[in-house]
Design a protein. Structure first.
Length: 110
């Protein structure tokens, strides 16, 4: 009976050692995965940065060109803004009218 208790204790110690070893392995793999993911994210950011700077420059240039045209032709700019607003109101009205349920017409003479 005494040897059975010793075997159980040895098994428990062996299981604890195995759990500790597996925990270290999982921890190391998690750290490596984190490191790899971080490195890939940094590479992606470094690759995207020049394109983003170029896009910002393009947007600024286009905005300046539009502002210059608007300053040179204020009447045309006003007309375009009014026309755009009117089209927006018309589209909003059509969408709103289309989304409303149709009223049920009942014949009042029945």
């Amino acid at each position: 009976m005494a040897t059975n208790g010793i075997n159980t204790e040895n098994d428990i110690h062996a299981l604890r050692d195995e759990v500790a070893r597996l925990s270290k392995i999982v921890s190391a793999q998690g750290a490596k995965a984190y490191s790899d993911t971080r490195a890939k994210a940094e590479e992606a950011l470094d690759a995207a940065a020049p394109a983003a700077r170029n896009a910002v420059r393009q947007v600024k240039a286009e905005g300046q060109a539009i502002a210059e045209v608007a300053r040179e032709h204020p009447a045309a700019t006003g007309s375009v803004l009014v026309l755009t607003a009117a089209l927006g109101v018309l589209v909003g009205y059509v969408i709103g009218a289309a989304s409303q349920p149709q009223p049920s017409y009942t014949k009042w003479w029945r």
